[in-house]
Design a protein around this ligand. Structure first.
Ligand code: XUL
Ligand code: CO
Length: 438
């Protein structure tokens, strides 16, 4: 069954095009800084929002029109939905997709049954991947929806829930491996707490680390060489999520001897919920060699929760691409962890949403590359830090002087040399200049 027969394959038509079903900026084969846009951006469609979100919210029922979906949890419906998803990926020219186990396959009456269903749907996914050439960027396990996970999964107070979660991740790793997944993601789900009066935080974090070590061991055993990623988020659903931001994740990874095995999957709306910019989180991960992948979306300035909107802001995408060009995405990609609004319920809205996101990132990439080529921002940075190239700066950076030598120098000089201007307004103007230049 074809679901999108009235929609043409989306192609690049250039910035002058007013065709809403064409790319204006995303030109997959265009080369920027030695790589094609397709190679830089590695666009990924997420299965959960695009094929499972039904538009319901705490105040109202489902709104999405998805004529191919019979609304049941049957295996047949799951397999049919998977085929439709690949039709969508191909029409959109998206090279990757990503899923949770429970997005693609419903849960059965027992773990044995659930695993059987997952295998059956994975057969279809494999067949569709081979037919279309669309690849799996990452797989993950949903360990937050089922009520068994109400206290968390690896951090649950219930040891059998930990065991169930281990079994679930074991299976999700096997399927991700079988489908050639390039990464495996851990987003904390309900790994966190609502209240410290009833929580043994130290014990829970020890358990989480144990869980990750078990995952590494099992990946080695089955020969899965994809990159493990942790996705930081500070709150929602719990009041405090343990993986709250990039810095907290990296501290945890170091403390439990996990740093060499994990990178981070940074999500825009999670960064802003943590009180950071996306650029901050990316740069922080990048400087610690931990920038793995991104979940591309945006929140709403006036709403304090994870609204998962499609990113269309050129400034945001430029900032993201400035950092991604600096550090590079290796096994990662740009995964649209974003959903159409409840009011945008027609199937064609899924295309408008992804086209908008892909175009915004493509334009952001072009702007970021142009800014880097001109070196205007870089020269402000070079000038600002120029004193560190002096003999004194070099001695401090190389560790060849301590407090006593520095005190002697300042006692002799009496005061430090004056500092230069920070040029904040100039750098903002430089970025603005490129907005209309590209
Ligand atoms: C939740 C979220 C997840 C992860 C995958 O906020 O972002 O969808 O990306 O579990
Ligand atoms: Co996400």
């Amino acid at each position: 069954m074809a679901a999108f027969s009235d929609i043409p394959k989306i192609v690049y038509e250039g910035p002058k095009s007013d065709n809403p079903l064409a790319f204006r900026w995303y030109n997959p084969e265009e080369v920027i800084e030695g790589k094609t846009m397709k190679e830089h951006l590695r666009f990924t469609v997420c299965y959960w929002h695009t094929f499972r979100a039904n538009g319901s919210d705490p105040f109202g029922a489902a709104t999405m029109q998805r004529p191919w979906d019979d609304g049941t949890e049957s295996v047949e419906n799951a397999c049919n939905r998977a085929r439709i998803a690949f039709e969508f990926f191909e029409k959109l020219d998206a090279p990757y997709y990503a899923f949770h186990d429970r997005d693609v396959a419903p849960e059965g009456d027992s773990l044995i049954e659930t695993n059987k269903i997952f295998d059956a749907v994975a057969d279809v996914l494999k067949e569709e991947q081979d037919r279309s050439g669309v690849k799996l960027l990452w797989g993950t396990a949903n360990m937050f929806s089922n009520p068994r996970f109400l206290h968390g999964a690896a951090t649950s107070c219930n040891a059998e829930v930990f065991a169930y979660a281990a079994a679930q991740v074991k299976k999700a790793l096997e399927v991700t491996h079988r489908l050639g997944g390039e990464n495996y993601v851990f987003w904390g789900g309900r790994e966190g707490y609502q209240n410290l009066y009833n929580t043994d935080m130290k014990r829970e974090l020890d358990h989480l680390a144990k869980f990750f070590h078990m995952a590494i061991d099992y990946a080695t055993e089955i020969g899965f060489t994809g990159q493990f990623l942790i996705e930081p988020k500070p709150k929602e659903p719990t009041k405090h999520q343990y993986d709250s931001d990039a810095a907290a994740c990296l501290n945890f990874l170091r403390a439990y001897d996990l740093k060499d095995h994990f990178k981070l999957n940074i999500e825009t709306n999670h960064a802003t919920l943590a009180g950071h910019t996306m650029m901050h989180e990316l740069d922080y991960a990048g400087m610690q060699d931990a920038l793995g992948s991104i979940d591309a979306n945006t929140g709403d300035l006036l709403l304090g929760w994870d609204t998962d909107q499609f990113p269309t802001d050129y400034y945001l995408c430029t900032q993201i691409m400035l950092v991604l060009l600096k550090y590079g995405l290796t096994s990662g990609g740009v995964n649209f962890d974003a959903k159409v609004r409840r009011e945008s319920f027609e199937p064609v809205d899924l295309f408008y949403a992804h086209i908008g996101g892909m175009d915004a990132f493509a334009k952001g990439l072009k702007i970021a590359a142009a800014i880097r080529a001109e070196q205007g921002l870089q020269s402000v940075i070079d000038e600002r830090y120029s004193s560190w190239g002096s003999e004194l700066g070099q001695k401090i950076e190389s560790g060849s002087v301590g407090f006593k030598e520095l005190e002697a120098l300042m006692l002799e000089k009496g005061d430090s040399a004056p500092s230069g201007s920070g040029r904040q307004e100039l750098v903002e103007n430089i970025v603005n200049r490129f907005m209309d230049k590209v």
